[in-house]
Write a protein that binds this ligand. Structure first.
Ligand code: AMP
Ligand code: GLY
Length: 421
């Protein structure tokens, strides 16, 4: 089979590597991919958001199955376009991807179907939002742009001034473009965060092993928000009791709600949860695999990934077993110095073999390119150094041992991934 993986991050590297384990897979196209994927995939120079170009490529090159991994092409309807062209694909259609594409939609869905989440109001004008903030007068409060914003559309305001500034920059200055035409203002929740990715074919939902992201740039959760600086799986806060409640109060009701709305969700549905003192609540839905959660979840998946993708596509997920190992995994992100703000690229990466790998770990590439046999940095998050072990400590120890041997100029990583305080 010829498989097309759309996207270019560590998540896509992890998906492609897992798909390659299936002997039926002859060739993987990575569009556009990265340096690490170039070592075993065929790079395709098409932007992940170029729906027409991607479908034309898939048709011309006899792609048998496409995996659309990032949010933007899903929200743009790439899966609809692939399916129309006769190419079976993994990922939600445009109607279902709105669960991530519009926070106003997802909040209203949760309210309508009684799914636990932070209390909120939605606004289409700055004037109304300001009036609400003044009347509410409770801080911290959370201001969210409705649409996609590269994971940066959430602003936590500690006081009225910060809230007014947030609303103004989103709705008037349009720092996130049209994504800020509407906003959500919601209650600030507290508690440990848990990511749960799930496979669903619209009827059956199978949760994957839980994980924990580390979003801040610096140790002790200080510094700016990033795309994620590291992950562990499983998440120690996700007890069997919490898991049971999530299944009953959140996961299955969400699948049913989407079906009832005529937006049956097929693909990977990601639940960003907060375990509050009143129980688990939804912070956000994503319509895709998380990054860097995927980098710790897929290494623990024992079932063949292509078999699962095909079962989701054919709506027979209930018929196949999906199994995870009882080990643990850790992923430490090595980023360019300065990330998530300004940083330099083009530095040679030392300590990797010719496949872009290092001993004892799996190195998922994100911001890298392969040039004349050398791996060079090309983005903010560069590598996700991932290990599995009998428990979290062992996995972390292996990851950090490998990180110490990998080098590039101004490399930055957190030293406290997986530390439970
Ligand atoms: P999101 O982009 O929706 O994942 O939000 C980014 C981060 O903002 C989350 O991971 C949380 O840490 C934080 N956050 C979002 N909504 C809330 C909330 N209602 N209360 C507290 N923190 C929140
Ligand atoms: N790690 C969070 C996300 O993928 O959105």
């Amino acid at each position: 089979m010829k498989i097309l993986v759309v996207g270019s991050g560590g998540r896509e590297h992890a998906i492609a590597l897992k798909l390659k384990e299936n002997p039926k897979v002859e060739q993987i196209f990575a569009a556009p991919g990265n340096g690490g994927m170039a070592a075993f995939c065929t790079p395709v120079n098409i932007k992940a958001t170029d729906v027409e170009g991607m479908v034309a490529f898939a048709k011309e090159n006899g792609v048998d199955f496409a995996v659309v991994a990032p949010d933007d092409p899903l929200v743009l309807g790439m899966v609809d376009a692939m399916e129309e062209a006769g190419i079976p694909s993994f990922g939600p259609n445009k109607a279902a991807a709105i669960i991530e594409g519009s926070k106003v939609f997802s909040k209203n869905l949760m309210k309508k179907y009684g799914i636990p989440t932070a209390k909120y109001e939605t606004f289409a004008s700055e004037e109304d939002a300001v009036a609400y903030l003044k009347a509410q007068n409770t801080y911290p409060t959370v201001v969210k742009a409705d649409g996609l914003a590269l994971g940066k559309g959430v602003l936590i305001a500690k006081n009225e001034q910060e809230a007014l500034d947030a609303v103004h920059s989103i709705m008037s200055d349009k720092i996130f473009g049209a994504s800020g035409n509407h906003i959500v203002i919601e209650e600030f929740l507290e508690g440990p965060e848990v990511s749960v990715l799930s496979f669903t074919d619209g009827q059956t939902l199978v949760p994957m092993i839980s994980s924990k992201d580390h979003k801040r740039a610096l140790d002790n959760d200080e510094g700016l928000n990033t795309g994620g600086m590291g992950t562990i799986a499983p998440n120690p806060y996700y007890t069997p009791e919490i898991a049971q409640r999530c299944m009953k109060e959140i996961f299955l009701p969400t699948v049913e709600a989407m079906k009832a709305e005529g937006r049956t969700f097929k693909g990977c549905l990601y639940f960003g949860l907060m375990i509050t003192k009143d129980g688990p609540k939804v912070i956000e839905y994503n319509c895709r695999f998380g990054d860097p959660e995927t980098q710790v979840v897929l290494p623990l998946l024992k079932t063949d990934l292509l078999t699962i993708f095909e079962a989701v596509h054919d709506e027979r997920l209930a018929e196949i077993p999906v199994e995870f190992s009882d080990e643990a995994a850790a992923c430490v992100i090595m980023a360019s110095g300065g990330y998530p703000q300004k940083y330099q690229t083009g530095y040679e990466i030392g300590g990797l073999d010719s496949m872009g790998q290092a001993q004892g770990v799996t190195v998922y590439h994100a911001g890298t390119k392969l040039e004349n046999g050398k791996f060079l940095t090309s983005g903010g998050r560069v590598l996700g150094v991932t290990a599995t072990g009998k428990d979290r400590e062992e996995a972390l120890q292996k990851s950090y041992a490998a990180v110490a041997k990998i080098s590039f100029q101004d490399a930055h990583y957190r030293k406290d991934i997986g530390k439970i305080r």
